[in-house]
Design a binder for this molecule. Structure first.
Ligand SMILES: Nc1ncnc2c1ncn2[C@@H]1O[C@H](COP(=O)(O)OP(=O)(O)OP(=O)(O)O)[C@@H](O)[C@H]1O
Ligand SMILES: CC(C)(CO)[C@@H](O)C(=O)NCCC(=O)O
Length: 562
């Protein structure tokens, strides 16, 4: 029988992201659900942040553990296409070991006297189970919420960890009395780095090797930990909004599992948990959430969350990325036969021949590399283009004030919906995979199809799409359905929607004199290069406008930083 524990109230929650590491996942389908291991973070009250949008409900929660998730090597950032092999390669190339998490399955927390303990065996990288019809993924619970305040004897000084957050500025962190030198793994050096740099978000790049503390050594270090050691994983899960009951069940299970792990009643557990909800669904499903969960839910405005999330994400090293100017040039100058205008088949000294098939962005050749913002330097003012079910375009001023200036209903929901009707794909990832293999020129009418060449007088290249799906009608009613490959249709639609969004974004950036555009939202989750290129297509190469992308769920830290 659980012994109830009384919980004091906490007024302020701050996130300590020093030494943060993105946890590798097993499958591409879950790559955006990789947790973030935060070796220093202590969460006095467990926060569950929920963003319920038109298409997807996203959940973020922190589970405490002294060890990184079992058996999962970490990567040093969301590099390249997000596969952890890339992260490993990068770590190796930097002469640093890629480390498998400290696979202690025993209960180290008991030995150091920190109670209640979360068995590390239940703390692992989130996995997903697939529906019987294979159409959707349901996230599995990862670990248990462990509010610091559930531990009756407190003597760890939290007041020393302060991460002041200001939009548009580097955040300064005062580290007054953090005992991070005693934390397992990375703590000491990262902590020093934070002090030395005076930056809150020192990030993880180049610190992978420090996670490789041999087990014996790490246990030795743990023995000198304060009872309430820091560390744990920020977990991500997502559900189709249509299946809101699955989200409710997930939250109920998370709370009840956490209660039993912490040896408290569910009622006590709920006192140490705060639920913050945003997105349209926070309003639509408010009473469902409150009634089903039996606890309070704080609603937050989705645009405010978005901007807070942008401020946070753009500060994280290696999170924001863009395509090289060379790649954008190639895409925007490629003629129908794949050779950019002005470049001969053979190439010449001034303009060496560029490959016909553009390679996927990769370190080889470097010209096409994805460029990461290694420093994590937010650039405000800017334009934020959030591509969810629909698209919101938000102008953000230098001081963080913002205005939703535009939008379009042709967004992620449109692609998802239309491809569900047209193709046999049952999941969004299958749709992206189809489009990856497609050739849009089989479906789209290009300027070259109409002119037989460029229409250079008005600046239109022969490769420019003159009319999305413009070739379809030509086939005649009977032949139409048989004539077009699902792959080509998928790519054409992806381009149509992405180009349209890119165009509206560009025009708004022009209108407001902004030279930085951030694209976000789950629509760009799949990290499809051609999709990004569609955003870059033509317009951005002619101007200073730099389309940048981020792929973390933007609500993440809003609730942690409130
Ligand atoms: N696994 C997935 N299942 C369904 N859609 C996905 C998936 N991954 C990415 N998407 C794309 O992301 C879109 C949803 O993005 P996001 O979650 O940012 O928006 P939302 O919050 O649901 O919508 P809104 O903000 O307009 O209310 C979908 O419409 C689809 O295009
Ligand atoms: C309605 C929202 C804000 C919900 O997130 C989003 O789906 C959106 O911005 N839709 C586009 C609405 C428009 O046409 O401007």
């Amino acid at each position: 029988m659980a012994t109830p524990v009384q919980l004091p109230q906490v007024k302020e929650i701050l996130v300590d992201t020093r030494g943060a590491e993105i946890v590798a996942e097993d499958s591409p389908a879950t790559r955006d659900s990789r947790g973030i291991y935060l070796p220093h973070y202590i969460e006095p009250v467990s926060h569950i942040a929920i963003d319920i949008g038109g298409s997807l409900a996203k959940v973020v929660y922190f589970t405490r553990s002294p060890n990184p998730p079992n058996g999962h090597p970490r990567v040093s950032g969301s590099q390249g296409n997000g596969t952890h092999q890339e992260g490993e390669r990068e770590a190796e190339s930097e002469g640093k070991a890629t480390v498998t998490g400290d696979a202690t399955t025993d209960n180290a927390t008991d030995r150091i006297g920190a109670t209640p303990a979360v068995p590390t065996s239940i703390h692992k990288s989130a996995t997903f189970s697939v529906d019987s019809d294979g159409s959707s993924w349901t996230p599995a619970l990862n670990g248990a919420l462990t509010p610091q305040l559930l531990v009756p004897e407190r003597n760890f000084d939290l007041t020393g960890i302060k991460a002041d957050y200001h939009l548009g500025h580097r955040r300064d962190m005062s580290v007054e009395s953090v005992t991070d030198g005693d934390s397992p793994g990375t703590a000491g050096e990262s902590g020093k780095s934070a002090e030395r740099d005076g930056h809150a978000w020192t990030g993880s790049r180049g610190r992978v090797s420090r996670m490789g503390t041999p087990r014996g050594h790490s246990l030795l270090r743990r023995s000198s930990l304060p009872p309430n050691f820091p560390g744990g994983t920020l977990n991500f899960a997502r559900f189709e909004t249509e299946k809101i009951d699955e989200l409710v069940l997930f939250l109920k299970t998370l709370i009840s599992t956490s209660a039993s792990t912490n040896h408290v009643t569910e009622e006590e557990m709920k006192k140490g948990v705060k639920i913050l909800a945003t997105g349209g669904g926070a309003h639509k499903y408010y009473s469902t959430l409150v009634e089903e969960l039996g606890m309070g839910v704080t609603r937050e405005d989705e645009m405010e969350c978005l901007i807070t999330g942008l401020g946070f994400i753009t500060c994280i090293p290696d999170e924001v990325f863009w395509y090289s100017d060379e790649l954008v040039y190639e895409i925007s100058h490629q003629s129908k036969d794949g050779i950019p205008p002005g470049i001969t088949e053979k190439g010449d000294a001034a303009s060496p021949q560029k490959p016909k098939d553009l390679p996927r962005p990769s370190p080889d050749p470097p010209a096409y590399q994805v460029t990461f913002d290694t420093a994590g330097t937010p650039q405000f003012p800017c334009l934020l283009v959030n591509i969810g079910s629909g698209v919101s375009i938000v102008k953000v001023d230098e001081d963080g004030s913002f205005e939703r200036v535009s939008g379009t209903s042709l967004g992620g929901g449109t692609l998802w919906g239309l491809l569900s009707l047209i193709t046999d794909a049952t999941t969004f990832d299958e749709m992206l995979a189809l489009s990856d293999k497609g050739d849009n020129a089989a479906v789209d009418m290009l300027v070259g199809d109409i002119y037989g060449s460029d229409y250079s007088k008005v600046g239109l290249k022969s490769s420019t799409i003159a009319s999305s799906f413009g070739k379809v009608f030509k086939k005649g009613a009977a032949a139409r359905k048989k004539s077009f490959r699902q792959e080509d249709i998928s790519k054409s639609l992806l381009y149509a929607i992405s180009n349209n969004i890119g165009q509206i974004a560009y025009m708004n950036a022009e209108k407001y004199g902004l030279d930085r555009i951030y694209f976000g939202g789950c629509f760009i989750r799949g990290k499809q290069e051609h999709q990004y290129c569609a955003f870059c297509h033509e317009r951005s190469s002619q101007s200073l406008h730099r389309p940048c992308f981020h792929d973390l769920l933007s609500l993440i830290c809003h609730s942690f930083l409130e």
